[in-house]
Design a protein. Structure first.
Length: 90
């Protein structure tokens, strides 16, 4: 049976929250350490200012996103996409 969480601060250690649903939830400034999001789906998410380190991003798909200021290995994603599109046309 799903448990409804009220607003507040929570800590989950060694928890299995697979198949959980989060709707209209503020996780701003939350810390995720040693977390599996394998197969998770994100829709209408605000990742502005988020830092992702030591992550397995294999087979990740990002579509219909605002990439302004987003960097991968210090390179602006908008620049990577511009060069890719320019090369693909040639």
């Amino acid at each position: 049976m799903p448990a409804e969480l009220k607003s507040g601060t929570y800590q989950a250690d060694n928890a299995d929250l697979a198949h959980s649903t989060f709707h209209n939830v503020n996780l701003g400034n939350a810390t995720f350490d040693d977390v599996s999001l394998r197969g998770a789906k994100f829709h209408d998410i605000n990742f502005a200012g988020t830092s992702i380190q030591n992550a397995n991003l294999s087979d990740v798909t990002i579509e219909d996103a605002n990439y302004t200021g987003m960097k991968i290995e210090g390179i602006l994603v908008t620049e990577l996409l511009r060069v890719h599109r320019q090369t693909a046309v040639q």
